[in-house]
Design a binder for this molecule. Structure first.
Ligand SMILES: *Cc1c(COP(=O)(O)O)cnc(C)c1O
Length: 406
């Protein structure tokens, strides 16, 4: 006689617990759907570029952070392939055991040279960089002061460090000064770390870095600046916004990612030799994690050389040209600062999701950014331009947006 499947012993044993678990999760997912906050993965069947293929259709892509069009560039691909041929794929273990393969050292020398700091350390991601660095530097007796809009990696790091967290209103120097005054009066032996981004990831605006450096000097605080959306784009040779503002030398902790304008993968800290040696000894996300594949480091290193070359400058000029066209077409005026990120703030989550769907119907891919990436009620379409877009692409984008209104 055939046994029923699943057999009775299996369904009797544990079936209930698993069913309860799943129905609890279904309820949570339904709640997300009701608030237009449900997210799902979309499989992309092409490399990252100004066009991507999803479900057999080609979309004009305005959603990636590959600002210089390097993610699928032959210079990076060849560097990665060479590294795979020489060093294989996996690093085998963490950097401190025996995974510290030559490409990581070459990358870190190139990073320090690029950012003009004594030393640099690479991490597997920008997220791991924030976690490892902030937790290595601060403990429960210290105070961390964050701009309201800093990235989730920094917020999570601040929580995990156990330090007292204070948040200042976005780019609000008066608020920052008030908090610093409170912090210095509170406990003289506490370390105070201010953390901000140079270009904000979901708003595209710039931090007043000169003034923030002035305040951190006045109150003897430390400053960490995340250049995730500025490295490769601003400053001499794409060094970043702190270079453009002439304050790089005064910033203790320079953070960034290798996965955006640099087109590869990983994160980094640039700073003094002492900072880097401390991180090698104390940053747990660095110590207790297998080193990334060496090919990622080799690709990032090729990107760092590229952004400093004439061809890098040309890509930056192309990006600026496209941004100028976008401003004209979208009648964007009086921008205080031009970055590659243009948010179209719609507020309501469902409205943002519906607008993104309507754009996709026209083969235009622009992501709807919602809570928890931005505050509730601040949902938006986030347009990112890259040097790989053409003038025609910008016209198509503008046309698709016009069709939304009609
Ligand atoms: C993307 C991002 C990170 C995280 O970097 P990954 O390399 O993607 O992990 C950190 N900070 C900011 C501001 C970012 O936008």
């Amino acid at each position: 006689m055939r046994q029923p499947f699943p057999p009775a012993w299996l369904t009797a044993n544990g079936h209930c617990a698993v069913t309860d678990f799943n129905s609890e999760l279904q309820q949570r997912l339904d709640a997300l759907r009701e608030q237009s906050l449900f997210r799902e993965l979309r499989r992309v069947d092409s490399p990252q570029s100004s066009r991507i293929q999803i479900g057999g259709k080609t979309f004009l892509n305005f959603s990636s952070n590959d600002y210089l069009g390097l993610a699928n560039d032959s210079i990076l691909k060849e560097a990665a392939i060479r590294a795979i041929e020489k060093f294989g794929v996996g690093a085998g273990t963490s950097r401190l055991i025996c995974g510290s393969l030559a490409p990581f050292h070459e990358l870190e020398e190139a990073l320090a040279d690029f950012k003009q700091t004594e030393a640099a350390l690479s991490f597997s991601t920008g997220y791991a960089t924030a976690i490892g660095t902030i937790c290595a530097l601060l403990g429960k007796d210290d105070i961390i002061v964050l701009d309201k809009l800093v990235h989730a990696s920094i917020v999570d790091a601040a929580k995990l460090s156990g330090a007292k967290i204070r948040v200042f209103a976005h780019n609000d120097l008066n608020d920052l000064e008030k908090i610093l005054k409170w912090a210095t009066e509170k406990k003289s032996e506490s370390k105070i770390l201010i953390v901000t981004e140079s270009i904000f990831s979901m708003d595209g605006d710039a931090a007043p870095l000169r003034e923030i450096v002035g305040l951190k000097n006045k109150f003897a605080a430390w400053l960490m600046v995340d250049e995730a959306h500025a490295t490769g784009i601003f400053g001499k040779n794409g060094r970043g916004l702190m270079d453009e503002f002439g304050v790089a030398k005064q910033i203790e902790i320079q953070m960034g990612t290798l996965g955006k304008a640099l087109g590869a993968s990983g994160g980094y800290i640039c700073g003094s030799r002492a900072l880097i040696d401390l991180l090698i000894n104390k940053a747990r996300s660095f110590i207790f994690s297998t080193a990334p594949i060496p090919a990622a480091a080799a690709a990032a290193m090729a990107a760092i050389q590229f952004v400093q070359s004439n061809n890098g400058e040309k890509r930056r000029e192309l990006l600026q040209q496209r941004l100028g066209e976008l401003n004209l077409k979208f009648k964007i005026q009086n921008l205080k600062f031009q970055s590659a990120i243009t948010p179209i703030i719609l507020g309501n989550e469902a409205k943002a999701v519906n607008a993104a769907i309507k754009l996709r119907e026209q083969n235009i891919f622009v992501p709807a950014i919602r809570y928890p990436t931005v505050a509730r009620g601040k949902a938006r379409l986030r347009i990112t331009l890259t040097a790989a877009h053409s003038e025609n692409d910008i016209s198509d984008l503008a046309r698709a947006f016009k069709a939304l209104d009609s």
